[in-house]
Design a binder for this molecule. Sequence first.
Ligand code: GLN
Length: 476
Amino acid sequence: METHELTITKAAEGLKNKEFSAVELATACLKRIEERNPVINGFITVCTESALEEARKADERIAAGSASPLTGVPFAVKDAICVKDVRSTGSAKILDTYVPAHEATVIQKIRQQGSVLLGKNNCDAFGHGASNENSMYGPVRNPHDETKVAGGSSGGSAAAVADNQCIFAIAEDTGGSIRQPASFCGLAGLRPSYGRNSRYGIMPMASSLDTVGPLAKTVEDVALLMEVMAGNDPMDPTTVSDPVPAYTHHLRKEIKGLKVGVPKEYFETEGLDGETKQIVEEKILQLKTLGCELVPISLPYTKYAIAVYYIIVPSEDSSNLGRLDGIRYGVRKEGENLFDVYGNTRAEGFPEEVKRRIMIGTYALSAGYYDAYYRKAQKVRTLIMQDFERVFREVDVIATPTSPFPAFPIGEKSDDPLQMYLADAFAVGPSVAGIPGLSVPVGFTKAGLPVGLQVLGPRLQEERVLRVGYHIEHLS
Ligand code: GLN
């Protein structure tokens, strides 16, 4: 059977109507992975046997009439998210042989529904990057053009879904890592509000910004996954106890009268690709046909978002990564004394970008520099949050391009960290503010590369963001 064009909803229908079994579906995906992974490189670990076993159990559950829409649907998980008894490297050799004894809450919830885990996805090491070239397991190729990057840091997850190797993927977004690969690979991807989904079991990158969310082929699939993933978790005290809306039920409700903010800073950015701008602007204009009102807005602190993000994130990164000594799970390197053992091991086990962030973060947090960098960045972070709060008193959602440009050639920015950071221009402001952002595919450039539109909403308003995204997806 062909896995092409199968969304979660269609797969669930096919399974229910006995058009195919869960074992057949898992086998088809595994075959596709076997054929295509040598080219695309979206998977670091493939769980062939356990996947087939899980699929057999799913078939039993379907036969017993106790299936949910996710039962028997094959998926994959970013390698920076822990799955019990499955190797989870975070794409860095320092954890090359790490097999967690615990499982991320969101993954547990999805597996309880009977979804079939196919394997773990390549990503930029510990989520650091915008192209998936900072992986110690090789770069990921974009299925739409194999000479281009798939985006990052969740490039492997996005490429695997876009290449029909799995039906959906679960990834992490700190500063765009779900939204930007979604946009580069033509998928829907949601970064939920900070605190909406449990971060328990996610390898921490920047703890005050990290979120975990879905990558899928349609907004409806994303909404379905959020219903399962969201909610309070005693294992993550930052999760909120607000009830989880039935996201899928609200999707089709009309959006007439909704005010859509169009922030000038996101359309006047230097480096914004002309075709991307045009495709996104045309789509936003079309919202008028659904009765939306377009409101020009300004988010003046946007221009500091990258600077603020690249102080706060490396600072939290350097602190979080301090725990990795490489002694048990990776490339342990010997030395004259304990200090040398740690030094040599960490030098070998982390890629360049991770080391760069540890150094920047350690510097920004050190006595004498803390006030000038970390504390100042936190103050400007508040101003960025207030920018959004003020604007959301006037408008219901905000629409922007997800990324300033479509997928770029492999190698183009890998030696230039600053150019790589600029790829995050539209993703990091909302991240710093802790608000939800959804990337929806809205078209292709002349060269055939997908373009994504980002819908932003006030904190915990995923329902509204998904509804607007659903209508945008269905505009002709
Ligand atoms: N490009 C961002 C960074 O490198 C993405 C991080 C993320 O969301 N994990 O920090």
